[in-house]
Write a protein that binds this ligand. Structure first.
Ligand code: HAM
Length: 415
């Protein structure tokens, strides 16, 4: 039986990789202007890291993690997201010393056992960004502005930014009780997931995608009406900053995010062109996570975006396509030419040229066919006569012009 890739897991093929590299290079460029440096993190961690950060009553922890015991019997999980790992590394490497605002980004695969569909994979790639060590609303606004600028640079303008405030540890517990009491009035109408979970995680009822739940969600009390003064001030400052930068957004009072670590600002960026899985990007403030994982009190803000979804949206133009054809194709005729062909190819590559050749001993016709197919700018023909005379045949594939050329002049001729 032929072995195939696992359901919900995709290869990124050589003909498509330039799109990914292009997006990543734009991210590197823009993020570095905002002072971000890359961090590379392991793709598996101690399972407890995710239980304690993402939250035990979330979809990710309840049913989506790839968890297994390794050969020592330790419970390991393939990372479902990157924030927990950044926080673990931040604490482990004492990055809080000396105190400063640290800005990091990461790129790589995440793993969630979700039901695969268009835009939803079991292994998917994210670019994520985390700012550690500042509670300023300027950080919230600056990071959201950065994502919008990043999308604009990629030619993506038709996106919607939705924001909400999830309040603080001070006002949320009280609101949760109010919300629970209200939810209880509609219990017989909620989906089984919401009914099972509302006691532990009542906020998730607000953004349940099941139609009857979202109708009820609209009738439930909103956290935004129960914010304490500090949370309300923070949110209003974020809004003023976004307004001053001319960034359009809407407030979605049902936006709660699927991970438990958020407080204050939460945001999502969606595209109508994505279908059911319409979120390109999501994030927010998480001021207590570092402390929850036994680090020092460190307010943070971050987001992650789904690269598969982004790749499907970006209007790629040919001009962004890097050079994809060789400079020269070497056609070798006869056994004696093998060595010279090998040497010429090596020397030209050392000088920076992209050189292709046929590795088989094939006829002139078949090798010329390959040279044409490769769309190389030049073709070099090496036959036994050419070796003897030292004059090689060089064909300009654009003009069809063919001339004789000495080995030592080759690099100049094709520059
Ligand atoms: P998230 O909303 O779970 O947040 O994921 C961020 C983005 O990853 C989503 O908006 C979506 O584009 C993409 N994504 C999520 N699941 C899948 C999937 N199964 N298939 C394809 N794409 C997917 C986080 O992961 C947080 N760590 C973001 C964050 C960083 N918050 C603070 N800092």
């Amino acid at each position: 039986m032929k072995i195939q890739s696992i359901r919900g897991v995709k290869d990124i093929l050589p003909e498509d990789i330039w799109k990914w590299q292009y997006i990543e290079s734009v991210a590197h460029n823009i993020f570095s202007r905002f002072g971000f440096k890359e961090i590379r993190l392991p793709i598996f961690e101690d399972t407890r890291l995710f239980l304690r950060s993402i939250g035990e009553a979330t979809d990710i922890v309840e049913k989506e993690m790839y968890t297994f015991n390794d050969r020592s019997g330790d419970s390991i999980t393939l990372r479902p997201e990157g924030t927990a790992s950044v926080v673990r590394a931040y604490i482990e490497h004492k990055m809080y010393n000396p105190p400063s605002t640290l800005k990091m980004f990461y790129v790589g695969p995440m793993f969630r056992y979700e039901r695969p569909q268009a835009g939803r994979l079991r292994q998917f790639n994210q670019i994520g960004v985390e700012v550690m060590g500042s509670s300023s609303p300027i950080v919230d606004a600056e990071v959201m502005t950065m994502v919008i600028e990043f999308f604009k640079e990629l030619g993506l303008t038709e996106v919607s930014l939705e924001i909400n405030s999830l309040g603080s540890q001070e006002c949320r517990p009280q609101y949760r009780e109010i919300l629970k009491a209200e939810i209880e009035k509609f219990l017989d109408q909620l989906c089984s997931n919401c009914t099972a979970r509302y006691q532990r995680n009542p906020l998730r009822v607000l953004d349940c995608k099941v139609e009857q739940c979202s109708k009820i969600a609209d009738k439930l009390p909103k956290l935004i009406d129960h914010l304490d003064k500090a949370s309300a001030d923070h949110f209003s400052e974020v809004r003023s900053l976004l307004d001053s930068a001319g960034i359009p957004y809407s407030v979605n009072t049902n936006l709660v995010r699927g991970l438990d670590y958020y407080n204050h600002t939460a945001f999502e960026i969606t595209s109508v062109y994505l279908g059911a899985q319409n979120a390109i990007c999501g994030g927010g403030r998480y001021d207590t996570l570092v402390e929850d994982l036994d680090g020092p009190s460190t307010p943070c803000f971050g987001f992650a975006l789904g690269l598969e979804r982004l790749v499907s949206l970006v209007p790629f133009h040919e001009k962004k396509h890097p050079k994809t054809t060789p400079d020269i194709f070497i056609v070798c005729l006869g056994k004696e030419t093998k060595m010279l062909g090998f040497q010429i190819a090596h020397e030209l590559r050392l000088k920076g040229f992209w050189v292709e050749r046929d590795y088989e001993t094939a006829s002139m016709k078949s090798q010329m066919r390959k040279a044409n197919k490769s769309q190389s700018r030049f073709t070099l023909i090496l036959g036994e006569n050419e070796i003897r005379s030292g004059n090689l045949k060089l064909k300009n594939m654009d003009t069809g012009e063919q001339k004789e050329c000495l080995v030592q002049n080759l690099a100049t001729e094709i520059t």
